[in-house]
Design a protein around this ligand. Structure first.
Ligand code: KG4
Ligand code: ZN
Length: 340
């Protein structure tokens, strides 16, 4: 089975082909960093227009790179939400048109489910597993019991982890996109120089909070008057280390909950753009081990937004006999767990 995946929910335009043997047959991706850089963040209208301009070419490129014609493709999957609605609509229309013309099934994929299932494209990870989903718009801990079956254990009460990275990068004038910029600056910094508050650490439950940390970064920066490059690197490193400690503390609580309720599970999966961060991955590996779980994180390029994860989530749904009608709407909001 070969599935074409399309991703357009934020600032990456992407098309990819994967098969049921976990092979990524082709991946074509265009980032819009340049178009949004001057604004310091993603501008929805610019993003949607850029998806329109690039998506046809990326789909054609993926098909050419894989050496396939439409007869060889069994289905097409696209992100149907959550995300910036204009962009999501561009990808959906493209996927529906291909499905209609090629006469193949269409699958509407939840972008978060794309992140959640990516690990199964890498290796044969069985359900249930504990998932830490950390991206630009989301920060949550979930038990993944199966395709479409999620139980939320905790989430952020204010900002997402990626947002905290992006805002910190902006304050420290490290550029956009923020996460990788903070990680690069932090590599040359001393994480012990600044003691920042660690929101929620030591508290019961699995919720997160990052807005106080963001404020502390701003106050520390202001107290430095005219910081040199070393001070900026030290502050970036202190911030990153603090996020690592917060995530590790929350994961420890979640691991205990997860193991009590799903004793057959033995794995912590980290997914979403922030999971590309190497310092966080190392710290989370330790936290998982202390909690009796092994850590699996997809390679960084499959943590940030991509279309292989959408194709794979589509393939997982198709294998269960699930596809969607061509009038399926785009959704700006779409929680993974129905209870939310
Ligand atoms: O999953 P993703 O690509 O898009 C969303 O679905 O949100 O996540 C993007 C987020 C951004 O906030 C970005 O700054 C963050 O992931 N990110 C990182 C790193 N790479 C991307 N954060 C920390 N360290 C990184 N290396
Ligand atoms: Zn994402």
């Amino acid at each position: 089975m070969i599935v074409l995946g399309i991703e357009t929910s934020c600032d990456e335009t992407a098309a990819a082909l994967v098969d049921a043997d976990r092979r990524i047959l082709a991946q074509a991706l265009a980032s819009q960093f340049e178009e949004h850089r001057d604004y310091g963040g993603v501008v929805p209208e610019i993003a949607a227009r850029s998806h329109v301009e690039r998506l046809d070419g990326l789909v054609a490129k993926a098909m050419a790179d894989a050496g396939l014609d439409w007869n060889a493709v069994d289905a097409v999957a696209a992100t149907a939400g959550p995300g910036l609605i204009g962009g999501v609509m561009v990808g959906l229309v493209e996927a529906k048109a291909i499905a209609a013309v090629a006469g193949i099934p269409f699958v509407a994929v939840n972008h978060l489910e794309g992140h959640a299932l990516t690990v199964r494209l890498i290796e044969d990870v069985a359900f249930p597993y504990l998932l830490l989903l950390i991206s630009g718009g989301h920060c949550q801990l979930l038990a993944v019991e199966g395709v479409g079956r999620y139980t939320r254990l905790g989430g952020t009460i204010d900002d997402a982890a990626g947002e905290a990275f992006d805002k910190t990068a902006k304050m420290l004038d490290l550029g956009y996109p923020g996460g990788p910029a903070v990680e690069r600056a932090a590599a040359g910094g001393d994480a012990r120089r600044f003691r920042l508050p660690r929101p929620m650490v030591g508290r019961a439950g699995c919720d997160f909070s990052f807005s106080g940390l963001k404020t502390a970064v701003r106050q520390t920066l202001e107290s430095l008057k005219s910081p040199d490059a070393q001070a900026i690197a030290d502050l970036a490193a202190s911030f990153q280390q603090t996020v690592a400690e917060v995530l590790a503390d929350r994961v420890a609580n979640a691991a205990a909950l997860f193991r009590a309720r799903w004793p057959q599970g033995d794995t912590l999966v980290v997914a979403g753009g922030v999971a590309a961060n190497r310092v966080l991955r190392t710290r989370l590996g330790d936290a998982a081990a202390s909690g009796g779980l092994r850590l699996i994180a997809p390679p960084p390029a499959l943590c940030t937004d991509n279309a292989a994860m959408i194709a794979w989530a589509g393939l997982e749904r198709l294998r269960l006999g699930i596809s969607d009608p061509l009038d399926t709407p785009a959704r700006a909001r779409w929680p993974l767990d129905d209870a939310a």
